[in-house]
Every structure is written in structure tokens, then in C-alpha cells.
Design a protein around this ligand. Structure first.
Ligand SMILES: Nc1ncnc2c1ncn2[C@@H]1O[C@H](COP(=O)(O)OP(=O)(O)O)[C@@H](O)[C@H]1O
Ligand SMILES: [Mg+2]
Length: 411
């Protein structure tokens, strides 16, 4: 029988976007017990025997296991469930025994069963006893307590409900780590990972894409980034003049994301016009401002309710907000402060219908720091919105650079 190979994949922690708490948990549950076995013994802590990663397809389970193998510097045996079943038909039990023997010899060692549902499907009595025997063998090996010093079993599945329940009993896979589809921060990290080596254009706003890509998995985001780069390449090949400055634009990314979303039956994301929230208690002004914005290539979203404004800013992406300083209930300044808590980088234009600019300046000094203030004037409104837009971009970029700097310094 072909022997199992011990390998070290080429994936780093930094290649896994987001999932900070999962990485931390894995470090504690996998790397510490293998590297500091004596310490665990002294503290009388039993490290988990097995860890099961669950979650929808494409959320980075396989990727995490590879990164873990690479960063932990311990030996790593990777087994793909379906291939074990097909390759060794009739001999799979022997193969499992063989894997554990090799792991013991290579300790400290991680055995990774990817797509474990193929090896250990739920025994319901009606199935062929082929898989029953496989599960039984796996259980026997995992229960060999003393023999398994320095061997940790990691597994992944998209279908935790399909694996045999006996595997989840204590002393077997006693730690289950669920990896859900990425939230907005994780999506931003994933987009960064998959664009960092690509020539992205100035206008690319990953933070905005992260918000718009709700519901997409890491694998889908990766595919979209790759397709966007292909679009840029095609454009360059079609244009015989220069092949030197190929760049991936926001539009390429939007298109690629939408192709991806259409393929997986999701609504395409909205157009890429900068979006402006307009808050004013006067209906005429609201519709007028939105009209001016539309004419200038922006999308204006009107509301006369400050509470609704905050809710929308929490849940939707806006580039700029235009606020009336005199709002009934909460005034514009209060609203501005609330906005800065929810969306620190949102560009804000304060407008006032009267000439009481001094009042506004005084109130603003009390808290907010990046804002543009103009007596209400439709002629200068667009310039203010554009300035606020640029200012917001800059502050967002500045923050990203700072965060990267910190991450770099922390290494
Ligand atoms: N958190 C993530 N960070 C970066 N890339 C990711 C992430 N999640 C998924 N991907 C991308 O999607 C691909 C497939 O992910 P994979 O780990 O195979 O998903 P799973 O095993 O959960 O089905 C990865 O190779 C990677 O390119
Ligand atoms: Mg996988």
C-alpha cells in the first residue's frame, strides 16, 4: 500500500483574511498542546484530542488547516475524505490504521481529515457496512489514549449533521469550531489578501466592496478578485499600445463580483455611484438636493428622520451625509456625533438654511472634527459633497495604512 506522506503546505496565517478569533483558538488548541506538552501536563489540562471545523463551503476551513500546518512547524498529514474512500476501496480501514501509525512515528503531528463526512457518515444501520467499519476503525484509533501522545486530529466538514454522532463524544472531536460566512471586517481582510499583489487602481475602495458583498464566502470573494484581474488583463491585451500599466479598477471588481453573485443566485450589488444620505426636515429641500446629486452622478437618499438616518448608516454603505443643522428632535450636531460613532469615516456636509453659521461653528467645536460647513446654497453644495467625499476617502486610507503598520510592527 502506498504510504502516507507528511507534508508542509505553503500557506501563511497572513493568507487567511479575518477569522482572528478562530486563528487564536486554533493556536491554543492545536499548537500549544503539541509544543508545550509538559506545561499542559503540569497544569493538569487535557488538551482536546480532536478539533472539528464546521461551516459552509468556501469559508476557509481547508485554508486554515494548511496555514496551521505551516505556522505550527509540526508534521502534518492531510487526508481528503473522498479520495481515501475511493482510492482504497476495501482497504480503507487498513489505510486509517496506517495513517495513525505514521502520525505516531512523526509526532508531534497533526492529522487533517478534510471533508470527513465522506469517511465517517452517520451509521444508520441501512448503509453498507463498509462505512460502518471505517467509522469503527477511526473511533478505535482515536480512543487509543496513551498511544496518541503528540498527535492531534483536525477535521473539516460542510455537513456536520451528516457525520457519525459517536465521533463527537468527549475524548474524540471534543472541540467544534464553527466558521461562518465572513462578516464585513473579515470580507475586507479577505479582499485585501486577494488584491494585495494585484495592481489595483487609485479609485478602488475595498471597504465599500466589503459592505456590499454581504453573504459572499471567502472563496467567492477570491474568485471575484481573480476575475477582475482577468478583466484588466483582457483590456490590456485588447489595447496594443501599452502593456505596462495594467490596473484593476473599482468597476472591474464590481463587475466581477456581480458575475459571481449571478452565478450563485444572489442579487447583483447596486451601481457604484457614490451614495449620499440627505437628512433634512423639509421635503422640498430633500427632493431638490437629491435632484442636484443625481445630476452630478451621485445617488441621493432622502430622509427627514434623524433616527432613521442613524439606522441606515448602521446598515447601508454611504460615502457622504448631508445634514441640516436644525433638525427637530435631535439637532444636526447631535446627529453628527452619533454618526461618527457608527461610521467614523463618513464624509459629512453640514448645511444650514439660515445665516447663523457662528452658532453652528460653536456647536461643532464641541465634538466633531471632520466636517464641512456651508450656508445652504445649491450652487456650492456639489463642491462641498465632493470635498467631503475626498476627505472621507483620505481618512479611510489613512486608517488602513495605520492598521497595516500596526500589524507589521506586531509581527
Ligand atoms: N478567510 C479567507 N481568507 C482568504 N481567502 C479565503 C478565505 N476563505 C476562503 N478563501 C479562499 O477560498 C478558497 C477556498 O477556501 P477553502 O479553504 O477551500 O474553503 P472550505 O474548505 O471552507 O470549503 C481558498 O483557497 C482561498 O483562496
Ligand atoms: Mg475545504
Amino acid at each position: 500500500m502506498r504510504s502516507v506522506t507528511v507534508q508542509i503546505p505553503d500557506v501563511k496565517w497572513a493568507d487567511v483574511g479575518g477569522l482572528a478569533s478562530v486563528k487564536e483558538k486554533l493556536q491554543e488548541a492545536v499548537i500549544w498542546p503539541l509544543k508545550h506538552a509538559a506545561l499542559f501536563k503540569e497544569a493538569d489540562v487535557n488538551p482536546p484530542r480532536g478539533i472539528l471545523l464546521t461551516g459552509p463551503p468556501g469559508t476557509g476551513k481547508t485554508l486554515l488547516a494548511k496555514a496551521l500546518a505551516n505556522e505550527s512547524n509540526v508534521n502534518f498529514i492531510s487526508i481528503k475524505g473522498p479520495s481515501l474512500v475511493s482510492k482504497y476501496v476495501g482497504e480503507s480501514e487498513k489505510a486509517i490504521r496506517n495513517i495513525f501509525t505514521q502520525a505516531r512515528q512523526a509526532a508531534p503531528c497533526i492529522i487533517f481529515f478534510d471533508e470527513i463526512d465522506a469517511i465517517a457518515p452517520r451509521r444508520d444501520g441501512t448503509d453498507s457496512n463498509f462505512s460502518d467499519r471505517l467509522v469503527a476503525q477511526l473511533l478505535t484509533e482515536m480512543d487509543g489514549v496513551d498511544d496518541l501522545k503528540g498527535v492531534l486530529i483536525l477535521a473539516a466538514t460542510n455537513r456536520p449533521e451528516a457525520i457519525d454522532k459517536a465521533l463527537l463524544r468527549s475524548g474524540r472531536f471534543d472541540e467544534i469550531i464553527d466558521i461562518p460566512n465572513p462578516d464585513v471586517d473579515s470580507r475586507l481582510s479577505i479582499l485585501k489578501v486577494h488584491t494585495q499583489n494585484k495592481p489595483v487602481a487609485e479609485n478602488v475602495d475595498l471597504a465599500k466592496l466589503a459592505i456590499l458583498t454581504e453573504g459572499m464566502s471567502g472563496a467567492e470573494l477570491e474568485a471575484a478578485c481573480r476575475q477582475a484581474a482577468m478583466m484588466a488583463v483582457r483590456r490590456m491585451v485588447g489595447n496594443s499600445e501599452s502593456e505596462s500599466d495594467c490596473s484593476v479598477t473599482q468597476h472591474d471588481l464590481m463587475r466581477a463580483i456581480n458575475e459571481c453573485r449571478t452565478m450563485t443566485g444572489k442579487e447583483p450589488i447596486a451601481d457604484s455611484r457614490p451614495k449620499v444620505l440627505v437628512v433634512d426636515d423639509e421635503k422640498d429641500i430633500l427632493s431638490l438636493v437629491c435632484k442636484v446629486l443625481t445630476r452630478n452622478g451621485y445617488e441621493g437618499v432622502p430622509t427627514d428622520d434623524p433616527q432613521e438616518a442613524i439606522e441606515r448608516i448602521r446598515n447601508e454603505y454611504f460615502d457622504v451625509a448631508v445634514l441640516d443643522i436644525h433638525l427637530p428632535g435631535t439637532d444636526g450636531v447631535e446627529l453628527l456625533k452619533d454618526i461618527k460613532v457608527v461610521q467614523p469615516h463618513l464624509g459629512v456636509v453640514m448645511v444650514t438654511a439660515d445665516a447663523d453659521v457662528q452658532f453652528a461653528v460653536d456647536s461643532l467645536k464641541a465634538g466633531a472634527n471632520d466636517y464641512i460647513l456651508k450656508p445652504f446654497d445649491l450652487n456650492t453644495l456639489m463642491t462641498s459633497v465632493q470635498d467631503a467625499f475626498k476627505m472621507a476617502r483620505k481618512s479611510k486610507k489613512g486608517d488602513e495604512v495605520e492598521a497595516e503598520g500596526l500589524a507589521e510592527a506586531g509581527k
